[in-house]
Design a protein around this ligand. Sequence first.
Ligand SMILES: Nc1ncnc2c1ncn2[C@@H]1O[C@H](COP(=O)(O)OP(=O)(O)O)[C@@H](O)[C@H]1O
Ligand SMILES: [Mg+2]
Length: 420
Amino acid sequence: MPLSDFLGALKDNPYFGAGFGLVGVGTALALARKGAQVGMIFFRRHYMITLEVPSRDKSYHWLLSWITKHARHTQHLSVETSYLQHESGRVHTQFDFHPSPGNHIIWYKRKWIRVERTREKQMVDLHTGTPWESVTFTALGRNREVFFSILQEARELALKQEEGRTVMYTAMGAEWRPFGFPRRRRPLSSVVLDVGVAERIVDDVKEFIDHPKWYTDRGIPYRRGYLLYGPPGCGKSSFITALAGELGYSICLMSLSDRSLSDDRLNHLLSVAPQQSIVLLEDVDAAFISRELLPTENPLAYQGMGRLTFSGLLNALDGVASSEARIVFMTTNFIDRLDPALIRPGRVDVKQYVGHCTPWQLAQMFQRFYPSAAAGEGERFARRALTAHSELSAAQVQGHFMLHKDDPARAMENVANMQE
Ligand SMILES: Nc1ncnc2c1ncn2[C@@H]1O[C@H](COP(=O)(O)OP(=O)(O)O)[C@@H](O)[C@H]1O
Ligand SMILES: [Mg+2]
């Protein structure tokens, strides 16, 4: 029986007829829908390429900057504010604009690329309390080259910003985020410490970096701690920044008096600090007062759960185990306020006093600032300065030179009027 006859016979059958009509329309619709779906999947699979980058990935921040640069016309921005409070009370804030979550279209290498930044509302990073994010790039075609080229460009853009510069990181939740634009490297010679002090530390750090095997062979954790102590304005922080520049390292800056810092978080942060970086804990005395004073005189330090405790800090310092050299610098204005447990060898291996200017330092600074001044003028300045003032910080002297920028004679004459 030919097919048409068979269908005709079915249709004539009263029982099948009605059903046949219904089934026919339903199936056709379902088929069409299915077809469209399959077609879409097929199209996506064969004519579209996508790249998903989760926020955990190292390239995520590079890509956000890349997108910001390329999606210049987007009207939908989100802001990321970095906030950093120094012990001195000085506050740094910076606003970074990024494309907001949603879709952005970018014209790149003669292709339209859709960039979707998604934020998972249900999934929250337990460490940071921030939502999980990802960016997805979608382009037409089958050539993945375009993604490679985007990633490359994003990386180069990031590296170019960092070249010859020192990147500062601060802790944001459980991660280290670059803070502000990378700063131009400060030459070591611009920080004048007393005779041999800078050399001693630089040699020590370099020696440490060059000998990982010495540590692993002996089963000693590959880390080294330094403490610079002394009055404010004498160059502790500047020296560490310059040292990082000299080594080509970045700086992970952390304030122990940060109220949101808990034992666990500190521990985690120290273990995930970026490679080739110096962890800098400024003003360590401010976070804890020697345990003997506790808890009556400083009940705060031991207060409550989720706060940083002194033993938590010691554990975090001891626990840093890394195949990378882990360098921790601490600074304080008051070494006598520090608990001896914090500065015993293994936690602090090198202690260095950075004090008020010696005659040698004053002469050096004068000569550096006024290179054309006659030989011997530096020494004369030093003598005059120390006759008029019993102690001078390098910051004070620098401030004085700034007042007499191109005038060494006036700087010499007015030395007695130097600002306290
Ligand atoms: N030894 C030094 N040589 C050159 N400049 C210095 C020196 N010490 C301090 N300064 C200047 O004084 C300012 C404050 O110095 P800083 O490093 O923050 O001091 P500290 O950390 O010891 O309190 C900086 O601008 C720095 O350039
Ligand atoms: Mg300082």
